[in-house]
Design a protein around this ligand. Structure first.
Ligand code: AMP
Length: 190
């Protein structure tokens, strides 16, 4: 089984690369941002709760995210493995993920971090905002908040996997296919 954490700041290209990886490796995509947006669209209580945080660019509380991921993992059968996209975003989430995977006889194979400079992230998010219909992609202040939250709360997660010898960083600037090839090489080495 291949269980990958695809890591990086907002706008790093995690969603784009995930789509290609799912197709090539037959993995299950688990994007917490996508799951929240689905709940939002369906108007569930979870969606309403998450919206307050998402609209401001803040993180949804750990326990809410962790329960949602637990639910998704236990309701996915016969998977070849998962690509975790946008999760874990705090060290507490990373610890909880290790526990829930171990409970299901699984573990993280590795984390792949997409490295993209801040100025390029901002340009990409603004460009995506023209078509994504995402409130959090439209406003400069919210974009800045999300990047700050990433630096303050999410970046320590890279250290968590580095300490386990599972961290690999890749240059996330360049052609989509070129970056995909580099990620594939890392995956093939697991
Ligand atoms: P994303 O699509 O990954 O950029 O996520 C959009 C928003 O959903 C984030 O800005 C957070 O408000 C929320 N979110 C997604 N994943 C998480 C997570 N793992 N922990 C906390 N909040 C999350």
């Amino acid at each position: 089984m291949l269980n990958i954490v695809l890591f990086g700041p907002p706008g790093a290209g995690k969603g784009t690369q995930s789509e290609k990886l799912i197709e090539k490796y037959g993995l299950t995509h688990l994007s917490t941002g996508d799951l929240f947006r689905k709940h939002l669209g369906e108007g569930t209580d979870l969606g309403k709760l998450a919206k307050k945080y998402m609209d401001e660019g803040h993180l949804v509380p750990d326990q809410v995210v962790i329960s949602m991921v637990e639910d998704k993992i236990s309701n996915t059968e016969g998977s070849k493995g998962f690509i975790f996209d946008g999760f874990p975003r705090t060290t507490a989430q990373a610890e909880a993920l290790d526990v829930m995977l171990a409970n299901n006889g699984m573990k993280i194979s590795g984390m792949i971090a997409l490295d993209v400079p801040e100025e390029i992230l901002k340009e990409r998010i603004k460009e995506r905002g023209k078509t994504s219909n995402r409130a959090d992609d439209q406003d400069e202040e919210k974009i800045n908040t999300r990047i700050k939250v990433y630096l303050d709360e999410t970046l320590p997660v890279a250290k968590y996997y580095e300490n386990q010898g599972k961290y690999k960083s890749i240059n996330g600037v360049g052609g989509i296919d070129e970056i995909f090839m580099e990620i594939s090489e890392v995956l093939d080495s697991y």
